[in-house]
Design a protein around this ligand. Structure first.
Ligand SMILES: C[S@@+](CC[C@H](N)C(=O)[O-])C[C@H]1O[C@@H](n2cnc3c(N)ncnc32)[C@H](O)[C@@H]1O
Ligand SMILES: [Zn+2]
Length: 284
């Protein structure tokens, strides 16, 4: 649990979900829909009818690969850039509440939570992902953050209750995100620019297409753009294990056939370009 009870909403009927007592491991709405906390500490608020497959989201192998890759620290500059942006926002907020959407195994969420201004203020920090293996992993590594298995398409959080949402390399769902943010709430979207991992894509595909992921157009009805920062850096993978972890956590690696995979893994070193965009929006 974070220091503050998060404003959760029943995924069945949308009434507030309340704790039965201070240390309760069950939450319940006024219509008596109940949800039990998993023994690792997370809450599963994903209704079976919301699942498009038996195990939606990233599978165990992708979660493990992402954790191994992120643990190498190559993406620390991204964490630093996120922290810089968020620190500026905290100074405007009394008791900041934050949700990290599509949080995966929680690498960024944990570091965001650590840097939230909690000295004298209660803070709410929620990590949400549709993947149970990802949230299970996250909840083993941190007991302070509220970890939710849930869909970003119908976020089980009360309307207009959150100050800041972050979305880091995950799919944009503008309407549900706007719904849970307070009026004037902030939305930080971290996304890959056109040159992100270009060398890797050149080794995989015969023709490398520029991605057209810019979130501005999709968000313009509901959010006002405030700033967009670019972050570029290079990093080197030094062996086949590290190259494989990066491959396994990206859609490129998932699509790779065996000959291309072994060609890539036979490289003794691979230096790659990271090209990241951090776009900050404010709810209209
Ligand atoms: C590329 S990963 C990024 C994970 C994490 N933000 C990071 O950068 O380490 C995308 C994540 O989105 C999750 N995801 C996919 N569809 C989702 C949905 N509808 N709602 C919530 N999470 C979803 C996946 O399970 C996966 O963990
Ligand atoms: Zn209910």
């Amino acid at each position: 649990m974070s220091d503050h009870r998060p404003p959760l909403r029943c995924p069945v009927c949308s009434e507030p979900l309340l704790w039965e007592s201070q240390a309760s491991k069950t939450i319940r709405c006024a219509l008596n829909h109940t949800f039990d906390q998993a023994k690792q500490g997370y809450w599963n608020l994903l209704l079976p009818q919301r699942k498009r497959s038996k195990s939606p989201g990233d599978n165990q192998a992708m979660v493990d690969a992402r954790h191994q890759f992120l643990s190498l620290g190559h993406y620390q500059p991204i964490v630093n850039a996120i922290q810089n942006t968020l620190t500026n926002l905290y100074s405007h907020l009394d008791t900041p509440s934050l949700i990290d959407l599509g949080c995966g195994e929680g690498y960024y969420t944990r570091q965001i939570y650590q840097a939230m201004p909690s000295d004298s203020k209660p803070v709410t920090c929620i990590g949400l992902d549709i993947s149970k293996p990802a949230i299970l992993h996250a909840s083993k590594l941190d007991k302070q953050i509220t970890w939710l298995v849930a869909t970003g398409a119908d976020i089980p959080v009360m309307a207009s209750s959150i100050d800041i949402a972050t979305l880091i390399f995950a799919r944009l769902l503008p309407e549900p995100t706007a719904k849970i943010l307070k009026p004037g709430g902030y939305f930080l979207v971290v996304w890959p620019g056109p040159d992100h991992l270009r060398e890797l894509r050149e080794l995989i595909y015969t023709e490398v297409r520029d991605s057209d992921l810019n979130p501005d157009a999709q968000l313009s009805d509901l959010f006002e753009p405030i700033q967009c920062d670019r972050l570029g850096f290079r990093f080197t993978l030094n062996d086949e294990h590290d190259i494989n972890h990066l491959l396994m956590m990206t859609p490129h690696g998932q699509r790779l056939h065996a000959t291309a995979r072994s060609r890539l893994l036979s490289q003794s070193q691979l230096t790659l370009q990271a090209d990241i965009r951090l776009s900050l929006y404010r709810k209209r």
